[in-house]
Write a new protein. Structure first.
Length: 325
């Protein structure tokens, strides 16, 4: 069975581990969000691709959910000691090795897809990880700032998220460069040839949103014969981890399991979803989602350990079989 996922970082990576435990023989392609990519001290950093790579490669920091295991922070401490440049992004010494290779290869003219294939080869990933695009795109956020000209300021999503902990009021979210981007090699094929398309519990606005916004990707999902099944990142009206509740209102979406389902929309009315899983706490949302034309089930959606996630994945696959046309 060929399964294709549209993936962000931590939520996607944790889900993937359970999916692979449930379906070890599945041929899994992960289309990774690159809207979070940023340049720091001249280094090309791809936070979401690296979170998936480190997690599935067994090299991630389990407690934090991102970055390398057994990390040290000497380079960052040196940067901070100079007090000459901003240093809000957590760049560990081991992690910097990854970014040095990525930057060197990009400078040598390789594409991000080629770089990602090289990086993932070291980790023997049980999936194929491809960036959504080889073009440079960056998610930027416009926030209210009374001290800035016109009372607003534009900053990289990572600066808004990591440096300011999503505390600034958001006016607008834009993925810079997305209109000129094209899907990376293999992306459209992975969607059109899939037996199942999964939307893991990733951030709908800044993880799955940018992937769908790469020209051609949304249309490929709509045209694919494979069922599209999603899992809600919102449980009981709040994101399980992170601050997705700060972004959903900015795009006019209700912070609820049903709100996100209706945002993606039902396939029967031009949207993306055939089916949607909500947490058992949100069981009362099931009728509303089904009325909209999306098959829905309420099951435990807390990714506490791999067996719990494997069970979520099993239900998603069962539901996919039930809605397969
Ligand atoms: P990021 O790029 O690292 O922010 O990761 P993703 O975009 O892949 O995932 C972030 C989303 O995962 C957040 O919106 C969280 O609400 C969601 N999430 C994290 N842990 C869990 C969990 O245990 N269960 C569910 N249902 N969602 C989760
Ligand atoms: Ca991310």
């Amino acid at each position: 069975m060929r399964i294709t996922l549209l993936a962000g970082g931590i939520g996607a990576a944790r889900f993937l581990r359970g999916l692979l435990a449930d379906s070890p023989d599945a041929e899994v392609t992960v289309i990774g969000n690159t809207g979070d990519d940023l340049t720091l001290y001249g280094l090309q950093v791809s936070p979401d691709l690296d979170t998936v790579m480190y997690t599935l490669g067994g090299g991630n920091d389990e407690a934090k959910g991102w970055g390398r295991a057994e990390e040290t922070w000497n380079a960052l401490a040196e940067i901070q000691a100079y007090d000459a440049t901003a240093s809000w992004f957590g760049l560990g010494d081991r992690d910097i090795g990854t970014h040095l290779v990525r930057t060197a290869m990009l400078d040598d003219g390789h594409t991000l897809s080629e770089v990602t294939a090289t990086l993932t080869a070291r980790w023997n990933l049980p999936v194929r990880l491809v960036p959504m695009t080889d073009h440079r795109v960056e998610t930027h956020v416009t926030v209210e700032d009374p001290d800035a000209p016109e009372g607003r300021r534009r900053l990289h999503f990572q600066e808004y998220w990591v440096r300011h902990h999503a505390s600034l009021p958001v006016i607008d979210i834009e993925v810079e460069g997305i209109a000129e981007s094209t899907p990376a090699p293999g992306v459209l094929e992975a969607i059109s040839e899939a037996d199942l398309i999964l939307l893991p519990p990733s951030n709908p606005v800044v993880s799955i949103g940018p992937i769908l916004a790469v020209p051609g990707v949304r249309d490929a999902v709509l045209a694919s014969p494979a069922p599209v099944v999603g899992l809600s990142p919102i449980v009981g009206g709040a994101p399980v981890r992170g601050m997705a509740d700060k972004l959903l209102p900015a795009i006019g979406v209700d912070t609820s399991a049903a709100g996100v389902a209706l945002h993606f929309g039902a396939r029967s009315s031009g949207g993306l979803l055939d089916a949607w899983l909500v947490d058992e706490r949100d069981a009362d949302a099931v009728p509303r989602i089904e009325e909209a034309g999306i098959a829905a089930r309420a099951v435990p959606l807390m990714m506490t350990d791999v067996p719990a996630v494997a069970e979520m994945a099993r239900v998603a696959l069962d539901l996919a079989d039930a809605v397969r046309r």
